[in-house]
Design a protein around this ligand. Structure first.
Ligand SMILES: *[C@@H]1O[C@H](CO)[C@@H](O)[C@H](O)[C@H]1NC(C)=O
Ligand SMILES: *[C@@H]1O[C@H](CO)[C@@H](O)[C@H](O)[C@H]1NC(C)=O
Ligand SMILES: *[C@@H]1O[C@H](CO)[C@@H](O)[C@H](O)[C@H]1NC(C)=O
Ligand SMILES: *[C@@H]1O[C@H](CO)[C@@H](O)[C@H](O)[C@H]1NC(C)=O
Length: 397
């Protein structure tokens, strides 16, 4: 979903920090005074979800918006965010970011091409690419190299680390089934399909995946993306969250009641789960602001691992919440219509990596390194926060 840039929404005197703390914002950052922006006045200008961004300081992106001083602990004293790769003809950096410590690489996948995936060039709508973090650290543009994968992998949308390898979840294409696939992160990048049906029925379009930190089972979301974007048949299931146990082969539903189940994440103790519902952005159904753009929080039942006690964690003010990642302190990061939004574990919006464009997902590499996907653009943020330890997950299975 792309949104039009609107220059200035409000007239604010400056990027003023709260009055009790006179402090200069760090590099590339602005403080947003919540009080100053809380009243616009009857003559406006107001915005709608599909027109404009919340950029009251009218700062040129990319930059960091600080809503709460606790964001300073995430940014550190000298944060930066910069473009490291771009290709206007091709949404090469859409989803499924994964940090592979074993090879020093980050992988991600391209967009399926809106409604054109069945007909358009498979060279652009089904591409998993890789970059070397070593090259990112040096500065300048990075080389973006396609990964040659087996054709059983059609339109990847989610990825996570598993047993030192890569687990991809894929949308499928036409009658080619959505699937969960284990991929060798090293040449020849061979792969094994672990799951491609639920008791004989094809999933809709698998969207995102995480390994539960203690049970090591595979949890994934299924979304009606393929039908909404005209590259899959009519959905055969509601949008739901599944649990897959590779040891026993058991597959079961652990959560439902979503319109568009999207990103997934767990806290380090495995007791809390986050699921994004991106119903607001509905493919050929268009954008509908009366539908959820909401991250829900759940308890994970210690016995059945079903998701219980559903509650709103955060509603996003621009676009939809897409991929969800946590940092080491349990802060929650989601790719939204204006960039990366960051909340503390109690749901306070601390700040944003404001791109003035949508981000579908992001991934921490080494400490303080965040690779941010924005379709035709790839960004790198150097901050202080460290990512949740995802790469060890499943090693002991
Ligand atoms: C601030 O961020 C910009 C953009 O990434 C970078 O070029 C610059 O070096 C940073 N400044 C400092 C002092 O690090
Ligand atoms: C952009 O993507 C297209 C389609 O894959 C490719 O042919 C072209 O070489 C890419 N351009 C750059 C600058 O990487
Ligand atoms: C890749 O091939 C090697 C050698 O045949 C095999 O041991 C390994 O299990 C394969 N990996 C995957 C993910 O299929
Ligand atoms: C938006 O969604 C609501 C709730 O499903 C529905 O009643 C309404 O018709 C939709 N509006 C549009 C313009 O599609």
């Amino acid at each position: 979903m792309k949104l039009l840039a609107i220059s200035s929404l409000f007239l604010l005197s400056a990027a003023a920090p709260s009055k009790r703390k006179r402090q200069n914002p760090p590099n590339q950052s602005v403080f947003i005074d919540r009080h100053a922006s809380n009243v616009i006045g009857s003559s406006g200008p107001f915005r709608t979800d599909t027109s404009g961004f919340f950029n009251p300081t009218n700062t040129t992106p990319p930059f960091f918006q600080i809503f709460d001083h606790a964001f300073l602990d995430i940014l550190g004293p000298n944060p930066s965010v910069r473009l490291i790769g771009s290709n206007e003809s091709f949404a090469f950096a859409h989803e499924a970011p994964i940090w592979i410590p074993e090879t020093g690489e980050v992988w991600f996948c391209s967009d399926e091409g809106g409604g054109r995936a069945i007909h358009s060039d498979v060279n652009t709508n089904n591409v998993v690419s890789r970059i070397r973090m070593e090259e990112v650290r040096v500065g300048g543009d990075v080389s973006i190299t396609p990964v040659p994968l087996d054709p059983s992998i059609q339109i990847t949308n989610g990825a996570t680390n598993y047993k030192g390898q890569i687990l991809l979840v894929n949308d499928g294409r036409g009658n080619l089934p959505p699937n969960v696939v284990l991929v060798n992160p090293r040449p020849p990048f061979n792969s094994t399909v672990l799951l491609d049906n639920f008791f004989g029925r094809q999933f809709n379009s698998l969207n995102d995946v995480k390994i539960h930190p203690t049970s090591k089972k595979v949890f994934f979301t299924d979304k009606t993306t393929g039908w909404l974007n005209h590259f899959r048949p009519l959905p055969d299931f509601p949008d739901m969250v599944y649990r897959f146990d590779p040891n026993t082969g058991d597959v079961r539903v652990v959560a439902d009641g979503f319109i568009r189940s999207n990103g997934i994440a767990f806290t380090d103790d495995g007791k809390t789960a986050y699921i994004g519902d991106s119903a607001l952005g509905g493919g050929f159904l268009g954008s509908n602001s009366t539908l959820p753009a909401t991250i829900y929080q759940f308890d994970v039942d210690p016995t059945s691992e079903t998701f219980t006690n559903r509650r709103v964690f955060a509603y996003v003010d621009t676009g939809i919440p897409d991929g969800i990642q946590l940092d080491k302190k349990g802060n929650v990061y989601s790719g939204c219509g204006d960039g990366v939004n960051v909340w503390n574990p109690t749901g306070t919006l601390l700040g944003k990596i404001f791109l003035g464009d949508s981000s579908s997902n992001m991934i921490f590499a080494e400490a303080g390194e965040l690779v941010v996907l924005s379709d035709s653009n790839l960004f790198f943020a150097k901050i202080k926060a460290e990512g949740q330890d995802l790469h060890g997950r499943g090693l002991s299975v």
